[in-house]
Design a protein around this ligand. Structure first.
Ligand code: X2X
Length: 333
């Protein structure tokens, strides 16, 4: 009897120490993303955690911090933090990385892309690989491309059907290239953190903004504070799931393979739900009371023409060879 009790006690303590060991060897990594906790970015991040912890029997966990809280709400600073190893993972969009890696602006050059087939031909081919190399040289390992999407313009003043309609509108933008694009259209751009934009729109500090429908406008309820939307598809914005080189280099090949696989699957899922939500998006926004305008091919041509000075100056900045790599992928699609 006594022995049996002792046996159970010993067993319990062995089990407890194993549990403890397990707990000690489990590691939680930090992932920053700069949209709210309802977006497809967040869902992609949560999927990544789910897949990675399943692949490692719970030994690797990823905690996601939305709204760029780890960089004090500064969406551009996340890339710099990942680059120096102050953050493990990041999900962010191309434009936010341009202060550190100007070449990332190539994706979002105005009217570079017309459709998803062209996008996929570049992210999944040599153009996407080239960008991964450039990012790795700045100590950010891009594990997989995901999608923010084609950015559409919204405002509270009037329907936008031509470049002239943009004149004088106070537009919130995320990054430097979009300032030049808005200036080319005669608007009055202002760079602002995404986390501050909803209130700025609500209070009329700015008249409008531009963001993708499925990934951001719907989940962050932009329709509650904006009347007009024009689906002008003026700029495509990818997101990526990246890891600091410092962290990446600390892992053995087996761990790297698990992280890579979880990232690729999580971003494929994120891209899929983003496209689904975007497809249903215009009908949804109309239901919510937005006045949605879908420009004709000629009208799109006029926007393309008007934004060409910004295309040219940024193409020069990112480098003609890189632009050509992208254009080749697009024309081959
Ligand atoms: O700030 C934006 O507009 C957003 C959320 O789309 C980006 O991060 C670029």
């Amino acid at each position: 009897m006594k022995f049996a009790k002792l046996g159970i006690a010993a067993l319990t303590s062995v089990v407890a120490s194993f549990a403890l060991l397990g707990a000690v060897s489990a590691e939680t990594f930090r992932l920053s993303q700069n949209t709210g906790n309802t977006t497809t970015w967040q869902k992609g991040a949560e999927k990544f955690n789910e897949l990675l912890s399943a692949a490692t029997d719970g030994k690797m966990q990823v905690r996601t911090f939305p709204n760029a809280t780890l960089s004090g709400g500064d969406q551009m600073k996340q890339a710099e933090m990942v680059s120096r190893g102050a953050l493990d993972f990041v999900i962010t969009s191309a434009i936010n990385v341009t202060p550190l890696v100007p070449e990332m602006a190539v994706f979002s050059l105005p009217y570079l892309y017309s459709d998803y087939a062209q996008v996929d031909a570049s992210t999944d081919g040599p153009a996407g690989e080239k960008m991964k190399e450039i990012m790795a040289s700045r100590d950010i390992i891009v594990l997989a491309w995901g999608e923010n999407g084609f950015r559409e313009v919204t405002n509270n003043v009037r329907p936008i059907k031509s470049p002239a309609d943009m004149k004088g509108l106070k537009m919130r933008v995320a990054g430097p290239m979009y300032i030049d694009v808005m200036n080319a259209l005669g608007a009055n751009p202002q760079q602002m953190q995404w986390t501050e934009t909803f209130t700025a729109l609500q209070q009329g500090v700015v008249d409008g903004q531009e963001n993708p429908i499925g990934a951001v406008i719907i989940p962050q309820r932009v329709y509650e504070v904006q009347k007009y939307l024009t689906a002008w598809h003026y700029s495509y914005d990818p997101i990526f799931l990246g890891v600091s080189k410092k962290r990446w280099d600390s892992w053995d090949d087996e761990t790297k393979a698990k992280v890579q696989k979880a990232a690729v699957e999580a971003m494929a899922y994120q891209k899929k739900i983003t496209r689904e939500d975007t497809e249903k998006g215009i009908a949804f926004l109309r239901e919510k009371g937005m006045d949605v305008y879908e420009p004709t091919t000629e009208e799109i041509g006029a926007f393309r023409e008007a934004t060409k000075p910004a295309f040219d100056s940024w193409a020069a900045k990112v480098g003609p060879d890189l632009v050509k790599t992208f254009q080749d992928a697009i024309s081959g699609s």
